[in-house]
Design a protein around this ligand. Structure first.
Ligand code: CA
Length: 217
């Protein structure tokens, strides 16, 4: 499910946004000030943030500086209709800007566009008898969930997104572990073995001599 964080100090507006988003099938968490939003961002994953500018203590612009490194897309929601505020918000990296009072249909349309731009729309892959929901990060086989570690999941997704392609061990390592591959390291091989065992992919996740692995689907 797509998770949206709404940062808005006016409860009535916050409630209205939450109701609209939930009706449209999104999960919505509300923060009522900047500190609460920062706290939520520390511990939870969000796909999009709706951010009010006029907030007590830490305002939306300041909070934007904190949000930017997370690369979560932001739509500013504000009563400030002044052009310079729009420009400032967009310069700070916001994806869009919506001025209060707004129509909920307009809000949902803008949310939709930004999520699509970020490919956050519910993406489900099917490969080798598995159904992989990249939104809930659930992997199922014959309707039953397969429990994978984060690394196993990342590895699985890499193969699913590159079907039929031989992937080098160093490419796999850099993609999944994010560091430099040490020649002779068995990390990739051990994880591939575990992934095969859990998914039943022995026959299709093939070793490629002197290279790495290839998913044959
Ligand atoms: Ca406000």
């Amino acid at each position: 499910m797509i998770r949206i964080l709404t940062v808005e100090d006016e409860r009535a507006i916050s409630n209205l946004i939450r109701m609209s988003l939930e009706k449209a099938g999104y999960s919505c968490t509300c923060a009522y000030d900047g500190a609460e939003a920062a706290e939520l961002l520390e511990h939870s994953r969000f796909d999009l943030i709706l951010l009010d500018i006029m907030l007590p203590e830490i305002d939306g612009f300041e909070l934007m500086e904190y949000i930017r490194p997370t690369e979560i897309p932001v739509i500013f929601i504000t009563a400030k209709a002044r052009v310079e505020d729009k420009v400032k918000g967009l310069r700070l990296g916001a994806e869009d800007y919506i001025v209060k009072p707004f129509d909920t249909a307009e809000l949902l349309a803008r949310v939709d566009v930004v999520l699509r731009r970020y490919h956050k729309d519910q993406a489900v892959f099917e490969a080798g008898g598995l159904v992989i929901d990249t939104c809930s990060m659930q992997v199922k086989k014959d309707g039953k969930e397969i429990k994978l570690t984060k690394k196993e999941y990342d590895l699985l997704l890499l193969f699913v997104q590159n079907p039929g392609r031989a992937l080098y061990r160093d490419t796999i390592y850099e993609h999944v572990w994010g560091g430099e591959y040490q020649f002779g390291s068995k990390t990739v091989d051990l994880h591939v073995q575990r992934l095969r065992r859990k998914t039943g992919w022995d026959g299709i996740l093939k070793a490629v001599n002197k290279v790495g692995y290839r998913l044959e689907v």
